[in-house]
Design a protein around this ligand. Structure first.
Ligand SMILES: Nc1ncnc2c1ncn2[C@@H]1O[C@H](COP(=O)(O)OP(=O)(O)O)[C@@H](O)[C@H]1O
Ligand SMILES: [Mg+2]
Ligand SMILES: [Zn+2]
Length: 402
């Protein structure tokens, strides 16, 4: 099982399989139903969130025999949906995945989907070639779909040529432009398209999809392991699937959190939780010991400080308003959130803000410190000092009162 296979194998084949982009999918399905499919779409958003996937679904749906049928007239009129389109829940239009066109498509044999990577074909000649081709009617289907990836990479001249095509597109052509850098796409192009901004799916959404894929692959992926992979994916569904594939290649049928941490070489999240607890309990002795242990085990203490910063920042969220939990869940695992909740009463909002600030400011000093442990040690002691107090007020070691 190679990692490549996984995200190709599980590319959504239906609109309702696309996760976290309901605002796009609903509106597109509505367009299919009401006969208002546009000539040109612009999909912007981070990588690995479904832009190409949805572009291909549009192409497939346009030519699905059981979704739409052609009547005469101009483009908008041409796309007339049959009275009982094949549909998902609520009768929303979906490609049937059974007709000749859908099958060609699913097997990568569709001729009337033209994908252009503007990162490599960015010049005027490439767009001229496209303009030539656009004029010809589709080979086997009703519509030709042009998908231009990384659109922002086109040269100025290429954009101008593309603009002309978008201004007077033939009825049989639909364009889907995708970009990760919307602000580099000229306003003239944007205004010629229907623009959708794709969002990062949440950790919970990624984890759920990974769990589903693992199940289909016959692998037992436990919940925390799925969440940990989802955290590492940083909002990219594709990265999540790649990481899962990578771990599946190394582990066979059972994947737990510990294995994910080991294979990805993640720093001990457990230790960051422990440190947060020790700081709340003002146990300086154990905290310093923990730093020493981490150092001895070869951990990157700057990275560890960033994990600790996450704790204070997310504690700040929860202290400010428990409703903000939905954001916190995107950064921490359930047991980590529990640990924060237990200690939330020990802090005022201002303490947590100051805590985050102290960690943040000290992050810069790791590079110049002659002793690798020192910046973290000072950070931790300062955090225990409380507001305005001096470090001396912390019990650095237990002495018997005389
Ligand atoms: N929103 C999503 N829902 C389900 N799977 C997704 C989603 N986004 C990405 N994927 C997975 O990641 C792969 C690559 O996604 P892709 O659409 O090419 O991303 P983009 O074009 O935004 O970079 C897909 O084949 C699919 O497996
Ligand atoms: Mg893409
Ligand atoms: Zn079909």
């Amino acid at each position: 099982m190679s990692e490549l296979v996984l995200y190709r194998k599980y590319r959504p084949r239906e609109f309702d399989e696309v996760v976290g982009q309901d605002h796009v999918v609903d509106s597109l399905q509505n367009a299919f139903r009401t006969n208002r499919v546009a000539h040109a779409y612009l999909f912007s958003g981070p990588r690995g969130v479904g832009k190409t996937t949805v572009a291909r679904l549009i192409a497939k749906a346009l030519n699905c025999a059981n979704l739409s049928k052609i009547s005469g007239g101009n483009f908008v009129d041409k796309l007339s949906i049959s009275p009982k389109p094949h549909g998902g829940e609520g009768g929303l239009p979906m490609p049937c995945n059974a007709c000749d066109s859908c099958r060609d498509f699913n097997e990568g044999r569709a001729l009337d989907v033209i994908e252009i990577d503007a990162a490599s074909s960015r010049g005027i000649d490439d767009i001229r070639e496209l303009r030539e081709g656009v004029r010809f009617v589709p080979t086997r289907s009703k519509f030709k779909t042009y998908i231009i990836d990384e659109t922002h990479m086109l040269t100025k001249e290429a954009f101008n040529a593309l603009l002309k095509t978008l201004e007077e597109p033939p009825g049989h052509a639909v364009f889907v432009l995708a970009t990760t850098e919307l602000d580099k796409v000229p306003a003239t192009i944007v205004s010629r398209t229907q623009h959708y901004d794709f969002r990062r799916p949440s950790v919970a959404q990624i984890a759920e999809r990974l769990a589903g894929i693992a199940k289909k692959e016959g692998v037992a992926l436990d919940q925390d392991a799925a969440r940990l992979i989802a955290l590492a994916a940083e909002g990219s569904m594709r990265d999540g699937e790649s990481i899962l594939g990578q771990i599946m290649a190394a582990e066979d049928k059972k994947i737990t959190r510990v294995e994910v941490e080991r294979i990805l070489g993640l720093p001990k999240r457990e230790a960051a939780k422990r440190m947060f607890e020790l700081i709340a309990e003002k146990d300086a002795s154990s905290a310093l010991s923990l730093i020493q242990e981490l150092h001895d085990a070869g951990h990157d203490l700057q990275y560890f400080s960033k994990l600790l910063l996450q704790y204070f920042r997310n504690a700040l969220y929860l202290k400010t308003d428990p409703e903000l939990l939905r954001f916190v869940e995107n950064e921490l695992l359930p047991d980590e959130i529990e640990a924060i909740k237990v200690h939330l009463t020990s802090y005022a909002v201002a303490d947590l803000a100051r805590g985050a600030d102290v960690i943040f400011s000290n992050l810069q000093s790791f590079k110049k410190s002659p002793i690798p442990q020192l910046p973290l040690e000072l950070t931790v002691l300062e955090l225990m000092g409380g507001r305005g107090e001096k470090i001396e007020s912390v019990t650095l070691y237990q002495t018997k009162p005389k």
